[in-house]
Design a protein around this ligand. Structure first.
Ligand code: PRX
Length: 655
């Protein structure tokens, strides 16, 4: 494949002052990493991370795929994100500019962040928490949410943040899998002018079997809405923090100590607890924030992700703070009070670096096309110098609009490819170096050995599609799946590649001339809906758990203009196939059911009912046929092995 699309070059001034200045500088770094891989990472680990005890070994590859980085070094992530900046005279620098859903703004300095983190860390210790314990953070976007993460890091507890949109059932599953001792939550979260429950959902989860390990629940008062407290388990966060001193010695942990677990969807019904390290993770968080976003002391950085996703971990909680940057933390939604909210936030806080998801851009394009008043042209966006995109492929039309209308034609867009498992950016442009092609995430970050291979693990020539792999371990890679090392090995280091390469689960191709990467989407049963990862099996399990109604279900994705992919479910009921109003009613019931089982993000957009599903004579559901049915495409595949070909017509009907 050759890309015919125009190439955009970084503005000269940006190149001149960038941390990585020009393509020659990029190539020097790439060559350095190739010539001395460990030396490259060790140099940056010494420059960017403050170690309590320096490491003597860089990479320990003695038991692949269980790699260790900087293993005998000790450090503390919260010390790196807070104390060292205060010690360096940056105590009064604003760390976080918080903008609430209703527009209220609060600024928090590094000194205040440190004090709050220490108070909470002390409160955790007072409740008996020790290094290695797990803490669930089920919080709205807030300064307290970030403080909660850093306080865990301070005492060596491993946090597992659960996105506030997940249901009680999903929360229970994560609590049970982690065996958490404590939950930090809020009374409610404010989104688009509405108060949505959090504490009530925690109560519901904790009442389920499997949560017996939780001894304490700390509740941040956000909305002031009514909540029930169970004594002595539940306490207000402010009460326990007020009772504690503002200093707390950091717990020095080994570089491999698990900083956090973050659950993500795979190709089975059960989400996996991706375990990240402290040292290697922090290094990559800091280095990618520095190079990919070219973060400088005067920048105002804004990543719109939620702290419940990996993007919020690396590019809100850890990366920008590790570098002593100033960042916006935004509680609200892009469409409230209207669809110009993002642009207004940028204008108000003079944001210089803006990082968001293609799905948000596409929905804001739609809104601006329908209503001139919310078009970014009405807002002063001249503070911006760099734009970023993450979470899903960005289609060239959305890229061009983002570049022209948000970036004023002068801001490079860094289209960053990475995953929960990779910890930080893996393939991405560097803004003061890489010429850009809309729709391509361009080239690997220096030190990342990305490649496109065939099913036997051989490199495919540029221009041909294949499987995206990473050929060498990197510092911020997933360490294991919590409690299931075998699944870690099987999922990411499969036998097909002799266990040598990390299998990303995405397809990709490289441009014939430039070698630029284009991500072609997942090659497994994982969907990407609005940049959120969902397993088809997870949604199927949720549907069939409605045992009264559902006999069988199959879920596939289909392309969607706004959300990237949409969830399409084919359902066989335990009663005759419904039509008309009855079908609509049952579809709604099932949608709500999935919302309750997983969370609203997992609700299928389409639900179609059939007397049966298309199966081979051996009983296997033919999903590729369902994918064609879902998109309304003509069935070109061979249907001769199908037991019941007539079913396809029935499923194609929209009921
Ligand atoms: O399919 C890729 C897609 O998102 C997946 C990772 O999802 P998650 O672990 O939730 O992390 C999202 C935030 C890093 C990948 O396997 N993806 C992510 N970024 C891009 C992307 N696809 C294309 N282009 C990207 N820039």
């Amino acid at each position: 494949m050759t890309t015919e699309t125009p190439t955009y070059f970084p503005p000269e001034e940006l190149v001149r002052n960038a941390h990585v200045s020009g393509m020659d500088a990029y190539h020097v770094l790439v060559a350095e990493a190739e010539a001395d891989y460990e030396g490259f990472w060790a140099r940056h680990a010494r420059e960017l991370v403050s170690w309590r005890t320096p490491f003597s070994q860089v990479l320990d590859a003695s038991t692949p795929p269980f790699f260790k980085w900087f293993a005998d070094g000790t450090l503390n992530a919260s010390y790196n994100c807070l104390d060292r900046h205060v010690e360096n005279g940056l105590g009064d620098k604003v760390a976080i500019i918080f903008e609430a859903d209703d527009g209220a703004v609060a600024q928090v300095t590094y000194r205040e962040m440190l004090e709050r983190t220490c108070r909470l860390a002390n409160a955790l210790k007072a409740r008996g928490l020790v290094k290695g314990d797990r803490v669930i953070v089920y919080m709205p976007m807030s300064v307290e949410g970030v403080v909660a993460m850093l306080a865990c890091a301070r005492i060596g507890a491993t946090h597992s943040v659960v996105f506030g949109g997940f249901s009680a059932q999903s929360l229970r599953d994560r609590i049970a899998d982690t065996g958490a001792a404590l939950v930090i939550t809020a009374d409610e979260q404010m989104r688009g002018g509405k108060a949505l429950p959090l504490k009530a959902i925690v109560d519901e989860a904790l009442a389920m079997q499997g949560c017996e390990t939780v001894r304490d629940v700390l509740v941040y008062r956000r909305s002031g809405g009514d909540v029930t407290f169970v004594a002595p388990r539940d306490k207000w966060l402010h009460d326990v923090m007020d009772a504690e001193p503002t200093t707390c010695d950091p717990e020095w942990v080994g570089a491999e100590h698990p900083l956090f677990l973050l659950y993500t969807s795979g190709s089975t019904g059960k989400p996996k607890g991706v375990q990240h390290s402290t040292g290697g993770y922090l290094l990559h968080a800091a280095l990618t924030t520095k190079w990919t976003f070219d973060l400088k002391p005067d920048d105002v950085f804004w990543c719109t992700a939620d702290i419940g996703w990996v993007t919020g971990h690396t590019y809100i909680a850890y990366g920008p703070l590790a570098l002593g940057g100033t960042e916006v933390v935004f509680e609200g939604v892009p469409t409230y009070p209207d669809a110009s909210r993002f642009w207004r936030v940028i204008e108000r806080h003079k944001v210089t670096i803006f990082y968001t998801a293609p799905t948000a851009i596409r929905s804001l394009i739609k809104a601006a096309e329908g209503n001139e008043a919310v078009h970014p042209k009405n807002v002063d966006l001249s503070s911006l110098r760099i734009l970023g995109s993450v979470g899903e492929p960005i289609n060239p039309a959305a890229w061009e609009w983002y570049h022209k209308h948000v970036g004023g034609g002068r801001c490079p867009i860094v289209d960053t490819w990475w995953q929960t498992e990779t910890g930080g950016h893996m393939i991405t442009p560097l803004p003061g170096a890489t010429p850009l092609v809309p729709g391509s995430c361009t080239l690997p970050f220096p030190g990342v050995m990305a490649a496109v291979v065939d099913e036997a693990g051989h490199d495919v020539p540029n221009g041909q599609g294949g499987i995206l792999v990473i050929k060498k371990p990197w510092p911020s890679m997933i360490r294991t799946i919590y409690g299931d090392p075998e699944r870690y090995q099987k999922s990411y280091f499969p036998d097909e590649f002799q266990g040598r390469y990390y299998l990303a689960g995405d397809g990709a191709s490289r441009d014939e001339k430039t070698g630029y990467f284009t991500i072609t989407g997942r090659i497994d049963d994982v969907l990407n809906v609005s940049g959120h990862r969902m397993g088809t099996m997870e949604i199927e399990s949720a549907l069939v758990s409605h045992t009264e109604l559902v006999a069988e279900a199959a879920v596939v994705g289909r392309p969607d203009d706004t959300t990237g992919e949409a969830i399409c479910a084919f359902v066989v009921l335990k009663r005759p196939r419904p039509t008309g109003e009855e079908a609509k009613k049952i579809a709604k019931e099932l949608r709500d059911w999935v919302g309750k089982q997983i969370g609203p993000i997992a609700k299928p957009k389409d639900i179609r009912f059939g007397d049966n599903l298309p199966k081979t004579r051996s009983g296997k559901i033919m999903r590729r046929l369902l994918r064609s049915v879902a998109t309304g495409a003509a069935i070109t595949q061979d249907t001769s092995t199908l037991e019941n070909p007539a079913i396809l017509e029935q499923l194609a009907e929209n009921n």
